[in-house]
Design a protein around this ligand. Structure first.
Ligand code: GN1
Ligand code: MG
Length: 375
């Protein structure tokens, strides 16, 4: 039985896999969900325990994922592509394992809730896919940008309303409400030592709200967006082309600028997200240009003027939000993100702040690059 973490085969068997299950192994390093790879004698699958403390409505989230992947699947089929490789395929429940209540639930076939209240979901593993923690070449940035641009284009005519899987996810007004509460509560007694870091957030509060106001008043349109486009959430093939976008948990309606900003935060960083050596961290303009060129090759002509004007700023916005979220979690006593050691969230805060400063110092040049490829 040592091929299986305890209790896992029974969970995996609730889903419609081809062949007999031969092995189940953990797959890292997500910050939110727990991920396993399930091998059968015919195929491989990804099994995830979805973190229901973070995603309060897992059935609603799975319904979003089903609707989105179905929509993309139809597009791929119409273009003669291979939907088993170019979009996630959700693995549904075996009907004989479902209760009557599950059968009546419109999302009941998409997840299994175990006796401890954990939610599990499965999808097909895409063979030959490669993931990266870091983008080492401009070519990979270009391809990554192209992949997200294509993903947004595939969903541009998706009109079914989606569930909001995490309230106010990239809404800085909402984040400030959480932030103000976290500071007032000071759950871990850490606020007294964080004067400088808290200043980093407060100094930029107004300019971030000014950006978000444009989303609230409709100046910047709302579209279906991924909201978590870091490089490790993209599957590439052996040639470095994007196969498909994964981790669809946060797909919701928001501004498409989130996807650009979060990708820039990830692809262009010369260091790691949690680098202890701040000398490593900064934004590479070469990588920025490559990602922007790739992204706009797919979205040119389909973005509004307001989106183009704010594209470069979105990198500042999302990186700032990430500094806030890591610091807020440190202040809260590390309750949201998985951490590998004490103080990990503070290390992440410092590394992301260094990146933010680097982006800010290169902002004028970034805007010029956007202008060069957007029109
Ligand atoms: C989390 O789920 P994962 O590990 O891809 C987080 C993102 C953060 C990211 C930072 C639901 O992404 O918002 O940007 O960590 N996801 C959620 O690496 O909070
Ligand atoms: Mg995620």
């Amino acid at each position: 039985m040592n091929n299986f973490p305890e209790g896992m085969p029974a969970i995996a068997q609730k889903f419609e896999t081809a062949g007999n299950i031969t092995e189940i192994k953990p797959l890292g390093p997500g910050f939110i969900n727990d991920t396993f790879i399930v091998k059968t004698d015919k195929s491989r699958y990804i099994l995830q325990r979805k973190n229901h403390l973070i995603f309060p409505d897992v059935p609603g989230m799975m319904k979003n994922i089903e609707l989105i992947t179905e929509h993309i699947r139809k597009k791929i089929l119409a273009e003669g592509g291979n939907p088993l490789r170019e979009v996630l395929t959700v693995t549904v429940r075996k009907p004989e394992t479902m209760t009557e209540a599950e059968k009546k639930d419109p999302a009941g076939h998409l997840y299994y809730k175990d006796a401890s209240g954990n939610y599990w979901a499965m999808c097909l593993f895409i063979e030959g896919s490669v993931t990266y923690e870091k983008a080492d070449t401009p070519e990979l940035c270009y391809k990554g940008g192209e992949g997200i641009g294509k993903f947004q284009a595939q969903l541009s005519d998706f009109t079914t309303p989606l569930n909001e899987t995490i309230k106010g996810f990239h809404n800085i007004r909402w984040r400030f409400r959480q932030w103000d509460e976290a500071l007032a509560k000071d759950a871990a007694g850490r606020v007294k030592d964080l004067k400088e870091e808290i200043g980093w957030i407060e100094d930029r509060r107004e300019e971030m709200l000014d950006f978000w106001k444009k989303v609230e008043d409709g100046t910047i349109p709302t579209r279906v967006t991924h909201n978590d486009t870091k490089i490790s959430n993209i599957l590439f093939d052996g040639n470095g082309d994007v196969l498909c976008v994964i981790d669809l948990d946060t797909c919701m309606s928001s501004t498409s600028l989130n996807d650009f900003g979060d990708a820039i935060r990830s692809y262009t960083n010369t260091g790691a997200e949690d680098d202890r050596n701040l000398d490593n961290v900064g934004m590479s303009m070469e990588m920025f240009e490559a990602y922007t060129r790739g992204y706009l090759s797919q979205r040119k002509g389909n973005l509004t003027e307001s989106e183009i004007e704010n594209l470069a700023f979105s990198a500042r916005y999302i990186t700032y939000e990430q500094v806030l979220r890591f610091l807020m979690d440190y202040i809260d006593g590390d309750t949201y993100y998985k951490t590998a050691y004490p103080g990990h969230n503070l290390v992440r805060t410092h590394a992301q702040y260094k990146l933010l400063c680097s982006i800010e110092s290169q902002y004028e040049e970034m805007k010029k690059i956007v202008d060069k490829y957007a029109r």
